[in-house]
Design a protein around this ligand. Structure first.
Ligand SMILES: C[S@@+](CC[C@H](N)C(=O)[O-])C[C@H]1O[C@@H](n2cnc3c(N)ncnc32)[C@H](O)[C@@H]1O
Ligand SMILES: [Zn+2]
Length: 265
């Protein structure tokens, strides 16, 4: 159930808005999404991914380079949460991964970026798209059977709260060898910091992990640049590396993606 981000009472859907019993009112945008991010929850004017990042991600994902990730997600959710009625994707971006779970009747995507949610709502109908923050999800306790975080953040306490007991949390992370060829262009000498790719999460029981590896070839400079702008590397790239990528017409690379599955205790 969707709740008011200001007073936490239930939000009812009306024709053009969602309202609570205290009279707080949130417009449904013409694309169909609702902005439930309050001014207090915003740490900048336009939080989250920018329009350019969102459009790059849309163009790259639509070309199918990452379809093995979508297919793996679908298979894992089917196996580990076959009766799911309600799924939430936190940090949903432009909606690509959630669209793979169309067999689950109630789908909700949340992102702090208005541009991302607008882009998702423009393409994928029959899904509730909301602008909100992962740290204050606008849902009552135990609303979802399944929750996804695809290359996005993990807020274990909040995710535990909105998941039903025994609900499934799917955490998807980039592995150490994800996009090695791209990283070799961007950071020719950098040694990566070790990160914990299978974290223990308070309130969750780890049930399964799997690493998906696949090769792909990008044959166009535009898509090479799209790939860069959908990764955090876009913030760190040097002028020289950006020039090198400007000349890159072809990129053969590897996806290495970790799926961690947890049950809410
Ligand atoms: C790396 S992108 C992944 C997008 C999408 N899951 C995908 O894989 O295509 C991370 C997303 O998290 C969103 N994000 C960042 N901070 C957030 C927050 N506090 N709450 C919700 N979403 C957030 C960003 O706007 C961005 O869309
Ligand atoms: Zn309210």
């Amino acid at each position: 159930m969707v709740i008011c981000p200001l007073c936490h009472s239930p939000l009812r859907k009306e024709e053009r808005s969602m309202t609570c019993e205290k009279g707080h009112c949130f417009d449904i945008a013409k694309q169909g999404y609702v902005n439930l991010l309050t001014v207090q929850q915003k740490h900048s004017l336009h939080p989250g991914d920018t329009r350019q990042m969102v459009l790059s991600r849309r163009e790259f994902l639509e070309a199918g380079y990452y379809s093995p990730i979508g297919e793996k997600l679908k298979a894992l959710v089917q196996t580990h949460c076959p009766k799911a009625q309600a799924v939430l994707d936190v940090g949903c971006g432009e909606g690509y991964y959630l669209s793979h779970l169309s067999s689950i009747p109630q789908r909700t995507g949340v992102d702090i970026s208005k541009e991302a949610v607008r882009c998702a709502a423009g393409k994928y109908k029959d899904t509730l798209w909301l602008t909100a923050t992962a740290s204050h999800l606008p849902f009552s306790d135990h609303s979802f059977d399944c929750l996804l975080s695809m290359f996005a953040l993990t807020m274990e306490e909040e995710y535990r709260r909105v998941l039903k007991p025994d609900g499934l949390f799917v955490q998807v992370l980039a592995g150490k060898n994800h996009l090695t060829a791209l990283k070799n262009i961007i950071y020719p000498t950098l040694v990566e910091k070790e990160k914990n790719l299978q974290p223990d999460l308070e309130g969750f029981q780890h049930i399964h992990s799997e690493t998906l590896r696949f090769d792909f070839a990008v044959e166009e400079n535009l898509q090479v640049k799209n790939l860069l702008s959908m990764t955090p590397h876009v913030w760190r790239i040097s002028k020289e590396a950006a020039q090198a990528l400007e000349q890159t017409q072809q990129l053969r690379d590897q996806g290495e993606v970790i799926f961690n599955l947890y049950k809410a205790k």
